[in-house]
Design a protein around this ligand. Structure first.
Ligand code: MRU
Length: 367
């Protein structure tokens, strides 16, 4: 997508240095800083500390991480064991987004066909690039499918503004290109449909207020940041036409794990008869998971993310303590919205109901 006229992705391979580069999203919207991931430790820190975040981008970073692991493996009798251990370290950094393990395993399956370290390195580089392109194309298709839903609401309102609420950042910053939840919004905007987005701030790390607002603003899309608790009120007063969110892992039965607070939005949407859609590429389905509450691991993050807030203070990024210094805090990073609260899943193969039969109608290769 374009940032001030310049084509950008949140991850890319530098053609000249052949190094993996990412936007350091911790510093947005205040400054656009690029980080270089030259070692496995740097890849792990980038995922753990959320320079990169969002399920498809975590996957793409993991895929490029296999390339970085191969680059940093020395030829020796032990090189295969060392390389695989490094890939395992990458795979386990963030547990909820299933894309990470999927992407690392996909690259490793291709690499396992090679004998020499040089071949493994080249194969990993090519496979990671393919995964990034695949996620970009999947998100484009999600936009094509989701556009029809936004168009239908716009027509029902005789062209009046369509108000869409979203939670966290499921935009291009989270996904290589277009985003998942934002892809239908960008597609609708391109078609001239009048859209306005309610952006949940998304405590504790404010991915909505910092990242979704930044993306939408750069694209010229009308948006308003609201506190995480405002959604129910807006819905009760007819100010939300539809909710679209992303997901980090969705079971084959349609239960959806996404950023903490998503479940409460789904409850409020149901109580107010507002459609609640989840947009995802097929890499975010966990085909082995049947029950979201039992089968999806929920990441617990550092409680200090709750106790402190980061912002820009006259050009410097500062963290300030907002709680009593000795109060404890808990930080579950995701929650599960049961399938029965989900109106539909928007995938690269079209829209389906959040139930196993309809999901398998689109993805019959996972019986
Ligand atoms: O903790 P984060 O910022 O990685 O959480 C991201 C989300 O919850 C997104 O909604 C999800 O990954 C979908 S991204 C298209």
């Amino acid at each position: 997508m374009k940032v001030d006229g310049r084509q950008m992705r949140p991850i890319w391979l530098d053609e000249i240095s052949q190094t993996v580069k990412v936007i350091d999203q911790r510093q947005l919207p205040h400054r656009l800083v690029i980080a270089e991931l030259t070692t496995v430790d740097k890849v792990i820190t980038a995922i753990q500390d959320m320079y990169v975040r969002g399920a498809p981008l975590i996957g793409a970073t993991g895929a490029y991480g296999v390339y970085v692991a191969a680059l940093n493996t020395r030829v020796s009798s032990n090189d295969e064991a060392f390389f695989l251990k490094e890939c395992d370290r990458i795979k386990s950094v963030r547990p909820t987004a299933v894309n990470l393990a999927w992407a690392v395993d996909t690259v490793l399956a291709e690499v396992s066909q090679n004998e020499t370290l040089a071949d493994k390195t080249n194969t990993a580089k090519a496979a990671a690039a393919r995964i990034a392109e695949l996620e970009a194309e999947n998100c484009r298709q999600i936009g094509v499918a989701g556009l029809e839903l936004v168009k239908a609401v716009s027509e029902a309102k005789n062209g009046d503004t369509v108000h869409i609420l979203t939670h966290c950042n499921a935009g291009w910053l989270a996904c290589v290109e277009y985003g998942t939840a934002t892809a239908p919004i960008y597609a609708a905007f391109e078609k001239g449909i009048d859209v306005h987005v309610w952006v949940d701030e998304t405590r504790p790390l404010n991915q909505g207020a910092r990242l979704t607002a930044w993306e939408l603003g750069k694209h010229g899309i009308k948006h308003t940041i609201v506190t995480d608790n405002a959604g129910g009120h807006l819905m009760q007063h007819g100010m939300v036409d539809m909710v679209i969110v992303g997901t980090d892992r969705t079971t084959r039965t349609g239960d959806v794990a996404n950023k903490i607070g998503t479940y409460l939005k789904a409850l409020a949407a149901r109580d107010n008869d507002i459609p609640f859609y989840v947009a995802l590429p097929s890499s975010t389905f966990d085909w082995q998971a049947f029950d979201g509450l039992k089968d999806i691991p929920i990441e617990e993050r550092d409680p200090n993310e709750v106790r402190y807030v980061q912002g820009d203070d006259a050009g410097s990024l500062r963290k300030v303590l907002i709680s009593p210094p000795d109060s404890s805090a808990a930080n579950p990073a995701f929650d599960v919205t049961p399938a029965n609260l989900v109106t539909g899943l928007i995938t690269e193969r079209g829209v389906c109901r959040a139930d196993e039969n309809d999901i398998l109608r689109l993805f019959p290769e996972h019986p």
